[in-house]
Design a protein around this ligand. Structure first.
Ligand code: PMP
Length: 428
């Protein structure tokens, strides 16, 4: 860690906390973050030359593994034609058509450059479309760092204990209503009182920013019904779940159709990309067709589109998601069995290619309250023991971990074997 430690010190002298996005600083687990030099397949290599099997995957985009040749070659080819035009390209149509083919509820869609932009734009659109100001989100869900959405937020905001960030005017925050994830009764109560003022519900259909919490049976269906009854827009934030929990995202997996969907991460193959889209009648409110303004100089950037399209085309070849889901189950169940052998209480959640584990006596974790009550100190020790062993898990108890198609059976067996050694040390 010598070189990483030196770089971290140097970085802290010029970049706040030494990082350009908070969770990278290892705030959730303490210690020195690994500075990464390169990555290939299922592995990342740090500045000290140490190799790690990676379960973060750049927080999601690397579903095909790092440095995938199809994506790399598409980018290299695109670069030869120029980096940005600020004018429309045929590639953007191809990309939009590919996304719609896989996520048909996105009848019309627009590209942006990050997940934050996607959710921020979708919220503005829902407000413009309904003429209402209030939005409803769930405690512990993270939808990027737009003002309205950093209220009781998950991910780095939760890790750092600032789910309600300073800098957000009370006048904005008061329009964001928050209720408990997986609690339909609370949603119904709020709608009974304020339904005619609520523009939208935004939800991570599988919560991935307070560890990994799938929806309980009937939850997503219930949200759909409430929105229909009250004329509110249902937004599935599939920035994390899209193309990951199933090819068609959580909406395909759970068979519930939102009005709007937000995407990011995976659809860029590693380049900065996001998208929002949905029902034509709603999307027609977006400028230049409609009055709701939204724009971006680098939106639909040709290099990002080339990477994204190559990634999605590759992801659609064969049934990659069956293998991803089977491997994810192997890791999750392997962790559970290894922990049990050493008397460590562990609860696991997994859907498609995302998983989470909780140090708790509880059988299943379905809520924010349960997730935040787990043994955080034990998580930190386990994380660092795994890191020493050469396995890079999400550096926070409030983030999901990800598998890629590059993880082999051998990688998975090695990971479980290492986890067992680490659980043994925890138990000692
Ligand atoms: N929504 C969800 C569900 C996310 O997980 C994230 C990022 N982790 C975002 C939105 C924001 O995306 P970005 O970091 O690209 O702005």
């Amino acid at each position: 860690m010598q070189k990483s430690a030196e770089l971290f010190e140097q970085a802290k002298s010029i970049i706040p906390g030494g990082v350009n996005s908070p969770v990278r600083a290892f705030n959730g687990v303490g210690g020195t973050p690994c500075f990464i030099e390169r990555a290939d397949g299922a592995y990342i290599f740090d500045a000290d030359g140490k190799k790690y099997t990676d379960y973060v995957g750049s927080w999601g985009p690397m579903i095909l593994g790092h440095n995938h040749p199809a994506i790399r070659n598409a980018v290299l080819k695109a670069v030869e034609n120029g980096l940005s035009f600020g004018a429309p390209t045929a590639l953007e149509i191809e990309m939009a058509e590919k996304v719609r083919e896989v996520v048909p509820s996105m009848e019309s869609l627009r590209m942006v450059s990050s997940g934050t932009e996607a959710t921020m734009s979708a919220i503005r659109l829902a407000r413009g479309y309904t003429g209402r100001d209030k939005i409803l989100k769930f405690e512990g869900c993270y939808h990027g760092h737009a003002d309205s959405l950093l209220v009781k937020a998950g991910s780095g905001a939760l890790t750092m204990g600032v789910p309600n960030s300073p800098g957000i005017p009370e006048d904005f925050a008061q329009h964001t209503l928050t209720v408990s994830f997986n609690n339909l009764d609370e949603v119904k109560q709020v709608f009974a009182e304020l339904g005619d003022q609520i523009a939208c519900i935004i939800v991570e259909p599988v919560a991935g920013n307070m560890n990994c919490i799938p929806p309980v049976a009937g939850f997503l269906e219930g949200l759909r019904q409430v929105c229909d009854e009250h004329g509110s827009v249902l937004i599935f934030d599939e920035v994390m779940t899209g193309f990951r929990v199933a090819l068609g995202g959580a909406q395909a997996h759970y068979q519930v159709q939102p009005d709007l969907t937000t995407l990011g991460k995976v659809i860029g193959g590693g380049m900065p990309v996001g998208a929002f889209g949905g029902k034509q009648a709603i999307m027609d409110y977006i400028a230049p067709v409609g009055p709701v303004y939204q724009a971006g100089t680098l939106s639909g950037n040709p290099i990002a589109m080339a990477a994204g399209l190559a990634s999605l085309n590759e992801l659609c070849q064969g049934d990659k998601h069956q293998q991803l889901a089977a491997n994810t189950e192997k890791v999750a169940k392997g962790f559970k069995a290894a922990a049990e052998k050493h008397g460590i209480a562990l609860s696991i959640n997994y859907v498609g290619a995302m998983f989470g584990f909780f140090f708790t006596e509880e059988e299943t974790i379905t809520s924010y309250a349960q997730a935040t009550a787990c043994d955080g100190e034990r998580f930190k020790r386990f994380f660092h023991l795994m890191l020493e062993e050469g396995f890079y898990l999400a550096p926070s108890a409030f983030e999901a971990s990800f598998l890629s198609t590059a993880h082999t059976d051998e990688d998975i067996e090695n990971t479980i074997a290492a986890a067992e050694r680490c659980f043994a040390k925890l138990a000692a």
